[in-house]
Design a protein around this ligand. Structure first.
Ligand code: ADP
Length: 273
């Protein structure tokens, strides 16, 4: 592991080009490590596009664990996750789903947008999120104990306006939790430079623009613009696309369909870039 600046962390690992880059924003890496070593499941709260997934990818790589990622939604069934009997080559065979594979292999199991999961999914993984670290497979009658190295990590976006999709206290209290937010300005500038390869002066302008938009509560945006959107504008600019057009395409158009809001955002873009 090399630390490029006080807080910038990038794994070098075993000459693996695809090791994730992650810029630590607080003490989240230490918390994750302690949770992992204490066999505690972790809940990461935070808005979309602020670095939660990248963080988990980075920590999995740091800990040398494989990562199984599942984006939860209402259509995903328990069988999709745990497994099912399939008719293969003239016989019926049990085929593990991704959760079961993670439990057997001792992977880090990352359930993104956990609050979107169906309630039967939450019930199915209940015993995995406490001291039992067990998965019951009704269909095969197996009781699986999670292999060493298994860790359950889930994310939840509390700002997302969906009252029905709150996590119940009985579920939340199974996890140690931490809250992520967009990185502080200097860190976000650095991240945007790294991820989009745009020059530092442009990255600074983009981040300042987005921080202004984040402060404008009267625009009634469903969600504030994410680090991901700044990186997308940076990528377009780095390829030679004009800066204002890039910010319109990657930031304003992603945030709203309302003409008045778009107009206000575009004016800010013209002032900032
Ligand atoms: P989330 O899972 O919170 O929706 P992501 O982890 O996908 O968001 O973050 C979006 C992008 O922002 C990432 O792909 C990465 O390029 C960048 N990013 C955000 N925060 C960081 C960080 N602290 N270090 C490195 N990259 C980051």
């Amino acid at each position: 592991m090399i630390r490029q600046k006080s807080n910038v962390i990038q794994s070098t690992g075993m000459a693996n080009q695809s090791e994730p880059y992650y810029y630590e924003c607080g003490n989240e890496c230490t918390l994750f490590r302690h949770a992992y070593e204490s066999r505690l499941p972790l809940l990461i709260k935070g808005p979309t596009g602020c670095g939660k997934t990248r963080f988990v990818e980075y920590m999995a790589s740091e800990l040398g664990r494989s990562l199984v990622t599942i984006s939860c939604n209402e259509d995903t069934t328990v069988s999709d996750l745990l497994g099912r009997h399939l008719f293969i080559g003239g016989e019926t065979r049990w085929v593990d789903g991704p959760v079961t594979r993670a439990v057997r292999e001792g992977s880090i199991l990352y359930l993104d947008e956990f609050a979107e999961a169906r309630s039967d999914t939450l019930v199915a993984i209940h015993a995995l999120s406490d001291h039992r670290r067990c998965l019951y497979l009704d269909r095969t009658g197996e009781e699986l104990h999670a292999a060493d190295g298994f860790m359950l990590v889930v994310t939840y976006n509390p700002g997302y306006q969906r009252s029905l999709k709150e996590l119940k206290p009985s579920t939340r209290q199974r996890f140690v939790a931490t809250t992520f937010d967009y990185p502080a300005e200097d860190k976000e500038i650095e991240i945007v430079c790294h991820e989009s390869q745009v020059e530092s002066a442009i990255s600074k302008k983009l981040v300042k623009l987005v921080n202004r938009i984040r402060e404008l509560k009267n625009l009634n945006l469903m969600e504030a613009p994410s680090t991901r959107l700044i990186i997308a504008s940076g990528q377009l600019i780095a390829r030679g696309f004009p800066a204002r057009q890039a910010a319109r395409a990657a930031i304003s158009q992603s945030l709203s369909d309302d003409d008045e809001v778009l107009n206000a955002l575009d004016q800010l873009i013209d002032l900032s870039l």
